[in-house]
Ligand binder design. Sequence first.
Ligand SMILES: NC(=O)C1=CN([C@@H]2O[C@H](COP(=O)(O)OP(=O)(O)OC[C@H]3O[C@@H](n4cnc5c(N)ncnc54)[C@H](OP(=O)(O)O)[C@@H]3O)[C@@H](O)[C@H]2O)C=CC1
Ligand SMILES: CC(C)(CO)C(=O)C(=O)O
Length: 344
Amino acid sequence: MNLLNKPIHILGAGGIGAAVGWALARAGYTVVLIDSHPNKISEGKKNGVTVVGIGTQAVPFMAFDEWIAPNEGFILLCTKTYNNPEILTRLPEDAFLVPIQNGFDAALERRHHACEGIASFVSECLRGRAETRITRPGTLHIGARRSVTAWEWDEIASLAKALAKTKLFPVELVKDIQPYKATKLMYNAAISPLAAVAGLDNGALLTDLLAKKLFFGMLYENYAILKHAHIKLARIGPFHPDTVSYILRMTALSKLMAIFFRPSLRGTYCSMAPDISVDYCRTEIEAYNGYLIQLAGNFPCPLNRAVLALFERIASENLKPHRKYLQYLVDSLPEGVLLDSSRR
Ligand SMILES: NC(=O)C1=CN([C@@H]2O[C@H](COP(=O)(O)OP(=O)(O)OC[C@H]3O[C@@H](n4cnc5c(N)ncnc54)[C@H](OP(=O)(O)O)[C@@H]3O)[C@@H](O)[C@H]2O)C=CC1
Ligand SMILES: CC(C)(CO)C(=O)C(=O)O
């Protein structure tokens, strides 16, 4: 049986779900987009999904409240991890679930699903709109997250092939997705909280001196935690994380790297930013920095702890993003944590 002969259900018609749904529908697959935002659902039903600058594609939309999980076929999970609890209770045990999410959600991990996707393209879908804009090109890695049967592998490979057909983003099929997921976390857990809490563009993490110091410090700490836990890492982008960590230890080289990477971060979307800039704060911080702290155990992770504590404060006091929180973070760190890279 090929699962692609059944409708592909995509939960969450946001930056990732709308782009992936668009690509599959345009390639001729039967897709259903399920979302919880009334305006997005009515706009999607009326006009379909638009990828800005590329085109509009008709795709059936459905409200999550009315959704019944199908018995067969792929279910792509493209919501934020904080929406997982309500979704997981509605999924049958044997659903062929394929999450495309950042971070590690403990409840999701326990499902022991076969396949996962890691998106390195960046796509911005405004809240309540069935329209997304790809703000940075990048690969979608698709692969197995545990040992799989021959049938499961064939399904994973056919999904990757289907996703690649329209060439909206490059797709790479990989045997083991875990090193890609861990590497993406190394980057996300540095970029997202800093840009979101300071209200800065991702690119400013390489121009604003204080932001850059914290950004490089977090990248290095995240790498050290993952290495200490013996987690395998993979190359996403031009360098393997081992090379990134080497560069971070060399002051002159890291200055050069900042200049080199600036254009690729400038003007890109940060998916955590809208989660604290509206009248509530609900973020994926637990699945990013919370997970890294758990993984670290007794291994020192002062930056991640400071970031998590700040986010708890932002949420409980309903604070708005501001650059002053970068200084707040620095002040809350034990002395000597943000060493010059040459002293690491
Ligand atoms: N955007 C990006 O460029 C990237 C995102 N990621 C990751 O991908 C995941 C998705 O992010 P992103 O696409 O940005 O998210 P978005 O916020 O753009 O989209 C999520 C959508 O899911 C909807 N939703 C909420 N609850 C449910 C539910 N129970 N059932 C169905 N839909 C629901 C949301 O509605 P409402 O707005 O009403 O909550 C929203 O429309 C995250 O883990 C993110 O970290 C990874 C790489 C890049
Ligand atoms: C752009 C980037 C890397 C920022 O963390 C991202 O993946 C996201 O916002 O979801």
